[in-house]
Design a protein around this ligand. Structure first.
Ligand SMILES: Nc1ncnc2c1ncn2[C@@H]1O[C@H](COP(=O)(O)OP(=O)(O)O)[C@@H](O)[C@H]1O
Ligand SMILES: [Mg+2]
Length: 267
């Protein structure tokens, strides 16, 4: 498969208030294939959001480059869709208006954008709630709406920053399946390329083709792992005899690193 997104030698320093800069990323390199689901996994402060913001074009790398479909990323663009933890929905727009907003900007007719919006609203299980406002929806429903909105705009790459971190544990499992459903190939639309940020090992294993394990101070890649499960993923995936050992192995790797970091005074 072709490399869709290339991250090559990316480092990021943020200027500090006191003249001491924060070294958020250090020499991060990996490629993401077309249609691949890759998670960035690591403890808080390891530069996951920073890397996602560089991919989104919100931040520039201090060194290195990020290339999408052969073109260097130099700013935000409609070829990348974002889903954040806090939904970022327009509170004054209804669910369907939130989903059609981006399509309207692209100059689609009302009929066309409503057809696409209803299709994605159905896909995330929100049919019947089209005219509700965000405050009339649960957190899980708001995140479904944000997901429908991003995917309806058919971005080349979907960038998600801990979209389920604020969702209760029971709803979270269900939403993980919804995310995969929305990103799967269907009706001639190819499978989405996804970069997904999480600090949950279980979540990364359940969702991903590959997991990029990161460690902080400075943010670096510790390990890149292939997940052995095919798609679709279901409750049977969580019960697979390889699931828990893989979660345990990743946790051990991270733990060893974190203990070493404490010993060397870096934590
Ligand atoms: N805008 C910013 N200005 C200064 N420092 C920042 C900024 N954003 C993030 N950082 C610092 O960069 C490091 C990585 O942060 P971040 O990318 O948010 O990590 P993560 O998402 O993995 O928790 C942290 O030490 C954080 O404090
Ligand atoms: Mg973050």
């Amino acid at each position: 498969m072709a490399v869709k997104l290339e991250i090559a030698g990316v480092s990021k320093h943020y200027p500090g208030h006191d003249g001491i800069s924060v070294h958020a990323l250090d020499g991060v390199s990996f490629g993401i294939e077309d249609g691949e689901f890759v998670s960035l996994l690591g403890p808080s402060g390891c530069g996951k959001s920073t890397l996602l913001h560089i991919l989104a074009g919100f931040e520039a790398a201090t060194a290195g480059r990020v290339v999408l479909d052969g073109r260097p990323i130099s700013g935000p663009g409609a070829d990348r869709g974002m889903v954040f933890q806090d939904y970022a929905l327009f509170p004054w727009k209804t669910l369907i208006e939130n989903v059609t907003f981006g399509l309207e900007l692209r100059g689609m007719t009302r009929d066309e954008r409503e057809r696409i919006a209803r299709d994605y609203i159905a896909l995330v299980g929100l049919t019947g709630f089209e005219n509700r406002f965000p405050h009339q929806l649960s957190g899980g429903m708001r995140q479904r709406c944000a997901l429908a909105r991003s995917v309806a705009n058919s971005p080349e790459v979907l960038l998600m920053d801990e979209p389920l971190a604020a969702i209760d544990a029971l709803t979270r499992n269900q939403l993980q399946e919804e995310i995969l459903k929305v990103c799967a190939a269907r009706d001639g639309v190819p499978r989405k390329t996804v970069v997904y940020v999480t600090h949950s090992i279980d979540e990364a294993v359940f969702l991903s083709d590959r997991i990029v394990v990161m460690t902080p101070r400075p943010g670096r890649i510790l390990q890149v792992l292939e997940v052995p499960f095919g798609y679709p993923r279901t409750d049977a995936t969580r019960l697979d005899s390889r699931f828990s050992p893989l979660v345990a192995e990743i946790w051990q790797t991270l733990k060893v690193h974190m203990v070493q970091a404490i010993d060397s005074g870096r934590n």
